[in-house]
Design a protein around this ligand. Structure first.
Ligand code: FPP
Length: 276
């Protein structure tokens, strides 16, 4: 949080918002469904791809603000397994934008100690995209600051299917008995996000109240925040608002986080003066 406050001046835009955030209760992992690029473009009578292009600036601002705030993991939903159904020209533009983004942002990632990884069915991506992602992952692998996961050709169900198949393959190759069973830890450790803490906060832009096959397992206890802001308009203030809202929530993880009851005077007396 200190780096974010140091980057702002008192009275400047977002200073008050940033001041209101409790640095001890930040979400460690923030996941974002970046939605509304097409609508942003349509409202301006522009082609849909103009919305994706404008969305890159939101990605940049979000990565910067999360890193300065002290978020440990940021997971961005950039391309779903269902997105192949879009026109070829739109899909090709998304690959081109990704290429430009990773090339252009690499120096910033290195300067800010940010690691970048791709999660999803990466083997099905065009070779140039795979190459871009693999080289960014390799070059940033030793950075120790925030981790940015780009979910690309990602589907929550596909991820679970892949985890189960990996477990079955392991069981087969190690000659485990046919009554072999798995537990939650086995599944977690075979997801694309193995070894990472689950998201604390899931943000969706553009007002849609859907999960859209994103991180189905990992968001079991995440706090959900939906904003009507379209992704290309999403900036630092929107992110800070989401974190402030997160900090107002009471996270119970299925338990009872009840306020501690005031001591019962009669009970206290009964304990202090046990009846003979
Ligand atoms: C959803 O909006 C957005 C996408 C499918 C693509 C997201 C891609 C980017 C923000 C740019 C590239 C990403 C990176 C990480 C560099 P939509 O097209 O479904 O919008 P609509 O619902 O309004 O049509």
């Amino acid at each position: 949080m200190k780096a974010l406050l140091d980057s702002l001046k008192p009275g400047e835009n977002d200073w008050d918002l940033a001041q209101s955030i409790d640095p001890d209760r930040l979400p460690s992992h923030v996941a974002i469904i970046m939605d509304g690029n097409g609508r942003w473009a349509r409202r301006r009578s522009l082609p849909r791809v103009a919305g994706h292009k404008a969305g890159i600036e939101s990605v940049r601002a979000t990565v910067e603000t999360c890193a300065r705030m002290g978020v440990q993991i940021l997971t961005l939903y950039a391309f779903s397994v269902e997105n192949w159904k879009r026109p070829r020209s739109e899909v090709d533009t998304l690959w081109r934008l990704l290429h430009i983004y990773v090339r252009k942002e690499l120096p910033t990632l290195m300067e800010n100690d940010i690691r970048m990884r791709a999660i999803g069915r990466l083997e099905a991506l065009p070779p140039q995209v795979r190459h871009d992602l693999e080289s960014t992952e390799r070059i940033t692998a030793h950075n120790r600051g925030m981790l940015v996961n780009l979910a690309i050709n990602y589907g929550g169900r596909a991820e679970l299917v892949d985890a189960v198949n990996a477990l079955l393959e392991k069981a087969r190759s190690s000659g485990r008995p046919s009554d072999f069973r798995v537990d939650e830890a086995d599944i977690s450790s075979h997801l694309y996000t193995a070894g990472m803490a689950d998201p604390d906060l899931l943000i969706r832009t553009s007002g849609e109240l859907r999960i859209s096959n994103f991180l189905l397992w990992q968001i079991a206890y995440a706090e959900l925040y939906v904003t009507p802001t379209l992704w290309p308009d999403f900036r630092r203030a929107d992110l800070l608002q989401a974190v402030l809202e997160y900090q107002k929530r009471e996270r119970r993880f299925g338990g009872l986080n009840l306020p501690r009851p005031a001591p019962d005077r009669h009970l206290m007396e009964a304990v202090a003066f046990p009846m003979k």
